[in-house]
Each structure stands twice: as structure tokens, then as C-alpha cells.
Design a protein around this ligand. Structure first.
Ligand SMILES: Cc1cc2nc3c(=O)[nH]c(=O)nc-3n(C[C@H](O)[C@H](O)[C@H](O)COP(=O)(O)O)c2cc1C
Length: 174
């Protein structure tokens, strides 16, 4: 699959095959994803790969009861170093950087036959406490990772290009 095909193929996965994800596979995914760009090349991110069953059960509560998160063989918590502050455009550097990293992870994982699902619905404070994330770092997203239970056809309803793309100036008619 080329990158355009991969982007169209990736989808959120919320049910998992009974198949473990090898440590080598996780490391291979992170090895590729770490080539993501970051502001000033700070690479102000950290990935916690959660595999211990007891911790994964506790992560369900952190993820506001989303059971499928704990059912995944691996849950990644992608953290950003908030001490790197804002860029001159007023956007938070570490959140933008971590978000790019996460997108790279999801695409590389899809290329390896693995499923992921972005999780933004979680309790930040509880997550930081449980995973012992130090002050100055934030958990930007959670990302369960596993082999999909049903590699179903991709159905991705999306806006049309004409609804998204403006030329030259903001088009208020869209
Ligand atoms: C920032 C972000 C947060 C999300 N949070 C959740 C979540 O907490 N739970 C969930 O089931 N899906 C979550 N999603 C997945 C979206 O629902 C999904 O990406 C969207 O419906 C498009 O479907 P697709 O990923 O299959 O293309 C999140 C996605 C993003 C990008």
C-alpha cells in the first residue's frame, strides 16, 4: 500500500483478535513513527506502552468506561512535554508534536496489519497519577493497539474536498 492508500485504509478499531502484539512489533512501530517532524526537532514526546493486565483494567476507568480500551493487548499513552510552551502562533508545541507522532503511529500500525483507536475521552488527572507521569508532562491521547477482530470493509464518511478546501481567503459560504 502506498501512503495515500494507507491513509484511506486506516480506521478506528474497537474490537480485538485474541492475538498478542509482540514487543518487537511495538518497537518497530515506534522506530518508524519517531521520524515524525516536531517543532525545532525537540521530539518532546514520550510513549508509555501498557501491557500489564491489571494496569489495562484500571485504564478502562481512566478512559471513562470504554471497555475496548482495556481489552486491547497494548494501550499506548502518548505524552507531551508541556514545558516546551507555545509556538509563536500561540499553539502548544508539545500537543501539536505529539499529535503528529500519534498519526504516524496509527498509519505505521495499519501498515503492519494492526488496529488503533484515538482516545481523547479520558481523565487526564487519573491517567497521570496511574502511570506516574511527572509534572510538566501531559497525556495527549491514549491509543489502544491490537490485531482487529473483524477486518471489516472500510467505511469512512467524510466531507467533500469542496467543503474543506478554501483558495486564497477564508470562504464564509462553506
Ligand atoms: C482526537 C480524537 C479523539 C478521539 N476520541 C475517541 C474516543 O475517546 N473514543 C472512541 O471510541 N473514538 C475516539 N476517536 C475516534 C473517532 O471517533 C474516529 O476517528 C472518527 O469517527 C473517524 O473514524 P475513523 O477513525 O474510522 O476514520 C477519537 C478520534 C480523535 C482524532
Amino acid at each position: 500500500m502506498n501512503i495515500t492508500e494507507l491513509i484511506k485504509y486506516r480506521k478506528s478499531v474497537r474490537s480485538w483478535a485474541d492475538k498478542p502484539v509482540e514487543i518487537d512489533t511495538v518497537e518497530k512501530i515506534i522506530d518508524a513513527a519517531r521520524f515524525a517532524p516536531s517543532a525545532k526537532n525537540l521530539q518532546d514526546w514520550r510513549v508509555i506502552a501498557i501491557t500489564e493486565p491489571e494496569l489495562r483494567v484500571k485504564m478502562v476507568k481512566v478512559a471513562r468506561g470504554q471497555e475496548f480500551v482495556g481489552e486491547a493487548p497494548v494501550i499506548m499513552a502518548i505524552c507531551g512535554d508541556s514545558s516546551t510552551g507555545d509556538m509563536s502562533c500561540d499553539m502548544p508545541r508539545s500537543v501539536v508534536d505529539a499529535t503528529i507522532l500519534i498519526d504516524h503511529i496509527t498509519l505505521v500500525a495499519a501498515g503492519e496489519g494492526l488496529g488503533t483507536c484515538w482516545i481523547g475521552s479520558f481523565d487526564q488527572k487519573a491517567c497521570r497519577e496511574l502511570l506516574q507521569v511527572p509534572l510538566g508532562w501531559e497525556v495527549v491521547e491514549l491509543l489502544p493497539l491490537g490485531y482487529p477482530a473483524n477486518p471489516s470493509p472500510v467505511n469512512k464518511p467524510r466531507k467533500k474536498v469542496s467543503e474543506v478546501l478554501n483558495w486564497n481567503l477564508w470562504d464564509g459560504s462553506l
